[in-house]
Design a protein around this ligand. Sequence first.
Ligand code: NDP
Length: 347
Amino acid sequence: MQVQRVVLSSRPGKNGAPAPENFRLEETTLAPDLRDGEALVRTLCLSVDPYMRCRMNDDTGADYLTPWQLSECVDGGGVGVVESSRCSTCAEGDVVTSFNWPWQTHAVMKGSGLQKLDPQLVDGHLSYFLGAVGITGLTALLGVREKGHVTKGANQTMVVSGAAGACGSIAGQIGRLDGCVRVVGICGSDEKCRALVEELGFSAAINYRQEDVPTRLKECCPEGVDVYFDNVGGAISDTVIAQMNNSGHVILCGQISQYNKDVPYPPPLSEKTQKTLQKKNITRERFMVLNYMNKAEAALFELSQYVKSGQIKVLETVVNGIENMGDAFCSMMKGGNIGKQIIKISE
Ligand code: NDP
């Protein structure tokens, strides 16, 4: 069977933005016969995520991430359907997922690496398994629950950076559902600000590319900031932390503003911000969703209920075609997405 796949053709270097030319589309042939334990899957949709920027380096800087190899097929989160199977755990027609799905139109995969999915959890909207009812939803929900200390009735204000992205858009909604009286998003366009307030129920949104963030934060958070869901780091986070209340909590989810730089993770804070944290007794603990997978099943069920009941609204930016994987990844890294960036590979 002839299939298309995406390989890594070059590395952007530790300093520098990734470019679509770092990826190359190829044709390849799949062996017709399955071995015991294997399944032939057709790819339905693929995910592009910020952590992939580390996998473009020959040293990812994280022991849980392996580098993508030059001229080899790239992989990440994916959802697909089993077309034929020689393994006991999945059968023809099953919808399955993996964190290591090859960027390939069809693939032969080990059945042991595939997780079966229940399409009813997402009312058939299978791409949600890569976003709101998948790892990004888990990151948002468990990040808030494990590190946010949100308490109903405590009159808390939450700020979310990267608020119109996959994690941020869900994190803010969880903050509201869990009892924050005010949820303010920071993001990169007026269109995103409108979506946050008009569609997702954020109290206010700030366009960091156009507006003066310190001034607007003061206006939007008149009682200061109690919980900060940090997706971006850098100057935006320094500004938010400077306006936090005593005994507040920073959920250190990601630092995307620093991912194209050769700095360790998490990147060091300025002395001023460190002092603010100390003086105000603000916690700032690193959150890693993979450390909480024992809570994933229950959390995914909760997310599914929220999405099905409409209490959580889901935004997606969908691009068609495997040939657009590299473009979609680079676009997401620069803010081209509203909500989860999805690439649809087949129907
Ligand atoms: P998003 O869907 O949020 O996409 C990335 C967004 O980052 C872009 O849309 C862009 O939006 C924003 N961005 C890019 N560059 C900058 C910059 N210099 N300054 C401010 N914002 C920027 O991706 P995800 O939801 O998948 O990931 C969000 C964060 O969560 C990342 O930091 C990621 O590493 C982290 N993460 C952490 C996990 C964990 O276990 N800790 C698990 C999964 C994700 P805009 O237009 O607003 O600039």
